[in-house]
Design a protein around this ligand. Structure first.
Ligand code: ADP
Ligand code: MG
Length: 301
């Protein structure tokens, strides 16, 4: 189970043109194809922050002419968009290596619990920045919760609940057993709640993609959870002169580093805790590294 960070699709400073995203996806797909060529089965997931942010902006700018869509629908749209690009690129990269494997992306729903305390405390900023007055007007008009974000303006914030059951998990397992490579739970999956009669409804929230990756990894019985980001190593004392790169670490040791608060809440924290949960619940291995180290890391190097 491989989870890709935002950089695999859009680099900092890029505006997000199709050409930019296509190029990044192609470079990433080449790395993933090397993993498959090394003999691994692969389930892939990815972030969608910049893409869903751009869609929110498009919806906002065009609202006088085209009715805006809710966040769960926009999440599904980005799964389709990013999934399509990876499924095409990866197919091409595999073909170039003489490997014929079906690659498919699934619009994936992930159950959340309406009792999750996250719903009383929305923390995840999404979409465009607004001046304070406009933010107040949007909050009044649509009932969004708007908060200041790092002095850059006001943004909508939504809850970030824990992932529960991946609704399509049996389909993912079924496709895996047929030799397919599956792209699933993109952007953390579309959050849904299940009514008592079993009916599903979309929820306007964002599930952390690293947590969703760990949930799906458990569900499909993955041998390894690999979270690929833009740094080769997890570090202690990150960003200080005492910075130390970690290599192989036991779950117990990692838990004590978490307790010592070495990992930032909005970035490395969820990766480390997701890996820790996966390792504790399965007894298998988890890896956090940079995209271009994936093959070496999977080989234990
Ligand atoms: P992604 O898009 O892959 O989820 P994030 O920006 O959320 O990327 O997380 C990766 C970033 O976490 C790194 O670029 C680094 O700046 C930051 N980071 C925070 N704490 C640490 C740490 N202890 N060790 C390494 N990187 C860290
Ligand atoms: Mg992140």
């Amino acid at each position: 189970m491989v989870a890709l960070g935002g950089n695999a699709i859009l680099q900092p400073g890029q505006r997000g043109s199709y050409a930019e995203q296509r190029h990044n996806v192609d470079v990433t797909a080449a790395q993933l194809a090397d993993l498959v060529a090394a003999g691994h089965e692969l389930v892939l997931t990815h972030g969608n922050g910049p893409q869903v942010g751009n869609l929110l902006l498009q919806n906002e700018e065009a609202k006088a002419t085209v009715e805006p869509m809710p966040l769960d629908v926009l999440g599904a749209m980005t799964q389709g968009m990013i999934g399509y690009m990876f499924q095409q690129s990866l197919t091409n990269e595999l073909r170039a290596r003489g490997i014929q494997r079906p690659v498919v992306s699934l619009v994936t729903q992930v159950e959340v619990d309406v009792e999750d305390p996250a719903f009383n405390d929305p923390t995840k900023p999404i979409g465009p920045f607004y001046p304070e007055e406009e933010a107040a007007a949007i909050a009044a008009e649509r009932g969004y919760i708007m908060q200041p974000d790092s002095g850059r303006g006001w943004r909508r914030v939504v809850p970030s609940p824990q992932p529960g059951r991946v609704v399509e998990q049996e389909v993912v397992s079924g496709l895996l057993s047929q030799g397919a490579i599956i792209i699933a739970a993109g952007g953390g999956g579309v959050p849904v709640r299940t009514a008592e009669d079993g009916a599903l409804t979309g929820v306007e929230a964002v599930i952390d993609k690293d947590r969703a990756a760990a949930a799906l990894a458990r569900a499909v019985g993955a041998d390894m959870l690999m979270i690929l980001t833009d740094v080769p190593n997890v570090k202690l004392h990150y960003g200080t002169p005492n910075e130390v790169s970690l290599g192989e670490v036991s779950a117990e040791q990692m838990a004590s580093y978490v307790a010592e608060k070495h990992f930032a809440a909005g970035s490395m924290g969820p990766k480390v805790t997701s890996c820790l949960d996966f390792v504790r619940q399965t007894g298998k291995q988890a890896i956090i590294t940079a995209l271009n180290q994936a093959v070496a890391a999977a080989a234990g190097e």
